[in-house]
Write a protein that binds this ligand. Structure first.
Ligand code: PMV
Length: 301
């Protein structure tokens, strides 16, 4: 198996996690695979995008790749060409950039014979993530390296949760890309406008996250679904939801989902719906597709 970086969905707590509230996330089977081989000069080639970026180029990918090479514990490395196969939509809130960064780090490490822990890889991926996201919490990088179902507090190691029953999710993609940096800045702006109101919302999300963790540990999909719905209300009050996301969320609930919300940065990107059975998952995915959006089913444990 070639080196891999995993995609993720945030179950609850996105954005609030930037301000120190715990977030709950689940790793996806989908992600990015990469390999590195000796070459005349260092380069990063990404399929299916058809891009090739070289250190010194102006692009974000070139800058991020350069940051990983410069910060490599065994730097300077011999010139390596990394070929990445990106199996996630970009800008959709599924942690595509972090999965790519982690896959590139693992490919470089494999090429130079370095064995690193998941925690070290997540830490090194932050140099990559900062190029794309400005002020990332580190959640995406940690999930891309570790996977599983986990609780994350900014600046702390990821904590794996004891999942009583695997979480069955449907992911719906609006197909509208949005920028994590812009959405995080938009939320920061709301905080500047009314700090007291913002703090109340943070506290409320913190309470939802604590209860959601208990629900996951108890295998209580009904409670978890309700908590996801409540989190969605608070996220939409921060202007993070869109018509497409609301349409998918409404269709998922009407088709029997236990709960549904946007996942990640919002402003486009993806939503998630919690279901209990395979049949329920198929119904919810069909309801989302009937609106003209793409959907896939995922299981996290
Ligand atoms: O890039 P996304 O869509 O997975 O969003 C990242 C999650 C945020 O909480 C919005 C930002 C962060 O750095 O944690």
């Amino acid at each position: 198996m070639s080196p891999f970086g995993r995609g993720k969905v945030i179950l609850l707590g996105e954005h609030a996690v930037v301000y120190g509230v715990p977030a709950l996330a689940a790793g996806l089977e989908r992600g990015v695979r990469a390999t590195a081989r000796p070459a005349a000069e260092p380069a990063l080639a990404c399929a299916p995008w058809g891009t090739v970026d070289r250190v010194g180029d102006e692009s974000d990918l070139a800058r991020a790749f350069g940051a990983l090479l410069a910060g490599h514990p065994d730097a300077p490395l011999p010139p390596l060409r990394v070929e990445a196969d990106v199996g996630l939509p970009a800008g959709a809130g599924l942690g595509c950039s972090a999965a790519l960064g982690v896959a590139v780090i693992r490919a470089l490490d494999a090429a130079v014979g370095r064995a690193a822990s998941d925690a070290e890889i997540a830490e090194r991926a932050m140099a990559w993530e900062r190029v794309f996201h400005g002020n990332p919490s580190g959640l995406d990088a940690a999930m891309a390296a570790h996977g599983g179902v986990a609780s994350y507090v900014r600046g702390q190691p990821l904590e794996r949760l004891d999942v009583r029953r695997p979480l069955r999710l449907v992911v719906g993609d609006s197909g509208e890309p949005s920028s994590t940096r812009a959405m995080v800045e938009g939320v920061a702006h709301q905080r500047e406008r009314d700090a007291a109101r913002f703090d109340r919302a943070l506290e409320a999300i913190g309470t939802l996250v604590r209860n959601a963790r208990l629900a996951i540990e108890a295998g209580d999909a009904h409670a978890l679904g309700q908590l996801m719905d409540l989190n969605q209300h608070l996220l939409s009050a921060w202007m993070l939801s869109t018509t497409a996301l609301e349409d998918m969320i409404g269709a998922a609930r009407a088709a029997g989902a236990k709960g549904a919300k946007l996942t990640g940065k919002g402003g486009g990107g993806c939503m998630i719906a919690l279901v209990e059975t395979e049949e329920e998952g198929a119904r919810v995915a069909d309801a989302i597709r009937a609106l003209g959006f793409t959907a896939f089913e995922a299981e996290a444990r």
